[in-house]
Design a protein around this ligand. Structure first.
Ligand SMILES: *[C@@H]1O[C@H](CO)[C@@H](O)[C@H](O)[C@H]1NC(C)=O
Ligand SMILES: *[C@@H]1O[C@H](CO)[C@@H](O)[C@H](O)[C@H]1NC(C)=O
Ligand SMILES: *[C@@H]1O[C@H](CO)[C@@H](O)[C@H](O)[C@H]1NC(C)=O
Ligand SMILES: [Cu+2]
Length: 331
């Protein structure tokens, strides 16, 4: 594969060139140059929070996991205006070298009228976008990270139209799984969201960094080169459920109730439809793993106590979830 050759070539360069992070951001016609981790912090002005190294974070509970630094804002921190429902694009160094792993985007609201001066470690984050294993197997499939590379080493996400207006940090993260421990590359930018809605994230959607991940998360310990990986077609994306997803309640056997979730998509859809009709087959799939959907040819049997539940809206596919009557409107 072309990208694999590039990855090998890039990884042969000095360490600082082999990895990287978010170098710039665009919102509509506005272009925002990023923080330069290898320049002096003095005088740097950026909407991106300071970050300290092109090297990955390799500990799921690392104290720098929120924004790849000590969490503080610098003297000349900028904030970008954005409208709820508007798109924002982050650009990594080109070409991004790691095609295997998930893409994740989080937001966190700051308590006052600005995030400047607010340490990112003190915030509660909710996930607005995620893309895991898109198709194929864990061993040689197409991942969110591959999609990011294919899309100009950039990732475009939509600020949910329903979040309250206010001051936020947005946290773009790519996780690389080509070696273990998993590699985290998070960078944050500061936003002033206007035109928002009234749906604050639910408590079960909020996490801290560190705190959101554990070194034993299945999505972080997965060995993509194992024998099992060659037939495994689902991947449990780490972190909380997407913003706007239904609550996951205590398990109940033989549930057929449908709820919303996704292994790839933005947190904008809700709604339920019918349960999958085919007989469950293949290896068992862990929580949040995909188990069905249009064009789905992979395994369909969820590990106990999870059941395969279908959704619609902007999502596609069914996923292994707990809960019964989990989605309040259809109780
Ligand atoms: C996998 O998904 C990507 C992105 O949507 C698509 O370009 C590619 O054709 C898909 N491959 C297969 C085998 O479905
Ligand atoms: C691709 O990304 C670079 C920044 O890395 C940007 O300058 C360029 O405009 C982008 N190209 C397209 C077609 O979006
Ligand atoms: C989701 O399914 C419900 C129930 O069938 C339907 O009313 C709704 O229009 C669907 N939503 C979308 C976005 O397809
Ligand atoms: Cu790297």
């Amino acid at each position: 594969m072309f990208t694999q050759l590039i990855a090998l070539a890039v990884m042969a360069l000095p360490e600082a060139r082999a990895h990287g992070g978010v170098l710039s951001i665009s919102i509509g016609d506005a272009w925002y140059d990023g923080w330069q981790p290898y320049d002096s912090p003095v005088g740097q002005t950026s909407i991106i929070r300071p970050w300290s190294s092109y090297n990955p974070i390799t500990d799921a509970t690392d104290p720098t996991l929120s924004c790849n630094d000590d969490g503080a804002s610098p003297a000349l921190q900028l904030t970008a205006p954005i409208t709820a429902g508007e798109e924002i694009t982050a650009y990594w160094n080109q070409p991004w070298p790691h095609p295997y792993g998930p893409m994740l985007v989080y937001m966190a609201q700051c308590p006052g009228t600005t995030c400047t001066g607010v340490n990112s470690d003190t915030l509660e984050w909710f996930k607005i976008d995620e893309s895991g294993l898109i198709n194929g197997t864990v061993y040689d499939g197409f991942w969110g990270d591959g999609l990011m590379i294919a899309d100009n080493s950039s990732w475009t996400t939509t600020i949910p139209a329903t979040i309250p207006s206010g001051s936020y940090l947005i946290r773009f993260e790519t996780i690389a799984l080509h070696s273990l421990p998993a590699q985290f590359y998070p960078e944050c930018a500061q936003l002033d969201v206007s035109g928002g809605g009234t749906q604050a994230p639910a408590s079960y959607e909020l996490v801290t960094f560190p705190g959101a991940y554990s070194a034993t998360d299945p999505g972080l310990t997965i060995d993509i080169y194992s024998n099992e990986a060659q037939t495994e077609t689902t991947y449990p994306i780490p972190g909380p459920p997407l913003y706007g997803s239904p609550p996951v309640r205590s398990p109940k056997p033989s549930s057929t109730t449908s709820v919303a979730s996704s292994s790839t998509g933005s947190a904008t859809g809700t709604g339920t439809t019918t349960a999958p009709s085919s007989t469950p087959t293949g290896p068992t799939i862990p929580e949040y793993g995909q188990c069905g959907g249009t064009g789905w040819a992979g395994a369909t049997l969820c590990a106990s106590p999870f059941t395969c539940q279908v959704i619609n809206g902007t999502y596609s596919g069914s996923h292994c979830l707990t809960g019964y009557h989990a989605y309040a409107p259809i109780c």
